[in-house]
Design a protein around this ligand. Sequence first.
Ligand code: LLP
Length: 428
Amino acid sequence: MNLHYQTNDKGHLAIGGADALDLAYEYGTPLYVIDEMRVRDNYRRVYKAFSGEYKKFQIFYAAKANTNLAVLRILEEEGSGIDAVSTGEIYTALLSGFQPERILYTGNNVKTPELEYAMQSGVRINVDSTSQLKRLLEVPGSEGLKISFRVNPLVGAGHHDHCITGGKLSKFGVMEEEAVRVYKLAQELGFNPVGLHTHIGSGILDPEPFKLAVQVLMDVAGRVHSEAGVNFEFIDFGGGLGIPYTPDEPLLEIKTFAKEIVGLFKDKLYQYDLGNPTMCIEPGRYLVGDASYLLTQVNTVKQSYRKFVGVDAGFNTLLRPTMYGSYHHILVADKPEAAPAGNVDVAGNICESGDLFARDRPLPEVKEGDILAIMNAGAYAFSMASHYNSRPLPGEVLVKEGQTDVIRERETFADLLSKQNLPRRLLK
Ligand code: LLP
């Protein structure tokens, strides 16, 4: 089994050295629990694998996966940069201590005021279209600005159609075949294009499409260098590195992956005489996905036409199963190693039939009051959470060597309403 978890001497699930049951009882459920060392270990594993092959290497953590300030601080300490896709993410990254030059802003369908904000913040701007480029020109201070372009290499991959961002159906980036023209246009407009970027999709376990995209992008780099005279300071291959969600999904062998990717990269640098630009990648899920659990309590065991295990979390806290049909492994926190006793549907508490964490899932005997731990809840869980059904958002706890810190307070009902105003005429 390639899923990562630990147990303690009681046989309970342990997260960062703390007993999952204690955490659930102390802080209440639903609750996200993040294992600090796992985030650090994930980062170090990727960094070591790539930088061992090519020294000028930089990770831009894709903040959208998890924007908790503590998570950002941890990754800043590790030396990461940030892939920010909105001005809100820029704001959050700056607040958590990232230097602006370590933030790459890759917006799509951005408004001019957002470009202004990015410019004023001093972050690097990665341009998605000629429309955006022309509007950037209007922003005071943009003259001579160093920029990069996101290019769609016509290769896409991902765990679900929604998460494939390369290819003919994708809204992202400039077309591969117009790259030279776009870099020339940028120069004519007085910009200084120094970077090249792509991101082909998310949740990729098969290295092949990623390798193909690297080759296509490097061919683009070669053409842009020879035809537009651009000397690249960095080339960024985006994120997408997958993690196993089911027990028998493979692990991405990061050392082999890095070796192959860097090998292709270096060959093409040499072939096209591109010097030695910084190589960048933007993992989100790989760094934080398996570092967090969503703890939830069973409140109802119900035999209807099927057997339902009803819990106190729902798709408002983890949308992935409902939105993408994603599998998330579930452990019973006091007996993660117990053998399955039968198949059940694990249902949330949202008023929709699609609110299921698992259909027909083999689970050990589960009774009301038990704590379940939904795995791989570190990426795209809280960051996609909502107030649907007027449910306040859960809290988040960070654990390191058994020490726990509340890094996000559980919301209250008042938080649900804090931004609403009743017009005077409706006041009672
Ligand atoms: N860079 C860019 C420009 C991106 O758009 C993304 C993800 C990443 C990097 C990081 O991808 P990762 O390494 O995390 O796969 N909500 C979906 C994932 C959407 C990802 C969107 N972009 C999910 O829950 O699977």
